[in-house]
Design a protein around this ligand. Structure first.
Ligand code: BTN
Length: 265
């Protein structure tokens, strides 16, 4: 698999020799975090065919079965503070949509903040994590993404079957997983080049792809559920919501889950 992935990367691609492949791993984010602490360089990429401890946002697990998905994490060491990385997940979501569009005949969209969806089904999830040297000094960031490539409905756990999808389910074609991995790696490298300079353009693209905007949504914070309308997205990725009582608040992805009023999306 590693050679296949590398065969899709240009010869002069700067991260080419930094890509590592594992048939099975606990979590590409967790292992890459260890490597980051041990000094791994900017551009290190871990790709796995199976995760035994895949993690999602808000402490959830991420179902990562063998040989049908791609589980991938990228290590960046941007020269800035954490406050300049507020739009990182949005930038990663835009890059992921562009990569998936090149890998499969589908048009992916974004469900705020970190889900990639198509035809109202979640096909990928993103988990970004920051490592700090001290409260104001960023050491590394990790972008982790899991893509459902060749799953059939029955391959998903029952509780997510109604809203999970894969590239092959939605395109009607077998997905080339090595090509998906290579296109993602290239898209994250392109994103890295403009991450600190092009925030307005990135957020423009994010909003254009975000299906949550304009929708009636449920905002879930622990056991509390509130209903409102998603009005806009701030320059650092917060969701501006007008609640039923007319008040307007910005919610950040670290605190809440958002659902369509009657469905997941
Ligand atoms: C989510 O849907 O909440 C985010 C899922 C992120 C999953 C990816 S798979 C690769 C990387 N390793 C992990 O343990 N998680 C991310």
């Amino acid at each position: 698999m590693l050679h296949q992935i590398q065969s899709y990367l240009p010869d002069n691609f700067p991260w080419k020799s930094l890509v590592k492949y594992f048939d099975t791993i606990t979590s590409t984010n967790d292992v890459l975090k260890e490597m980051a602490r041990a000094g791994a360089p900017h551009g290190t990429v871990l790709v796995a065919g199976h995760q035994t401890g895949g993690r999602g946002r808000l402490g959830r697990s991420f179902h990562s079965p063998a040989d049908v998905g791609i589980y991938l994490s990228v290590l960046l060491r941007p020269n800035c503070g954490a406050e300049q990385m507020m739009h990182l997940t949005c930038a990663a979501a835009v890059a992921a949509c562009n990569a998936l569009e090149k890998s499969s005949p589908i048009t992916p969209q974004i469900k705020w903040t970190n889900d990639i969806v198509c035809s109202k089904r979640k096909i990928a999830g993103i988990l970004t994590e920051l490592g700090m040297d001290s409260p104001d000094k960023l050491n590394y960031v990790i972008i982790g993404i899991g893509i459902n490539c060749n799953q059939k409905t029955e391959d998903f756990p029952e509780d997510i079957q109604s809203f999970a999808g894969s590239l092959s389910m939605l395109s009607g074609q077998e997905t080339n997983r090595a090509l998906v991995a290579a296109n993602l790696i290239k898209a994250f490298a392109d994103m890295d080049v403009v991450l600190l300079t092009n925030q307005p353009e990135i957020m423009q693209e994010y909003k254009a792809k975000c299906i949550t905007l304009g929708q009636e949504v449920s905002i879930l914070r622990g056991d509390e559920v509130n209903h409102g309308k998603a009005l806009d997205i701030t320059s650092d990725g917060g969701l501006i919501v007008q609640y039923e009582d007319g008040t307007v608040h910005t919610v950040s992805s670290g605190e809440v889950s958002v659902r369509g009023l009657y469905h997941y999306i």
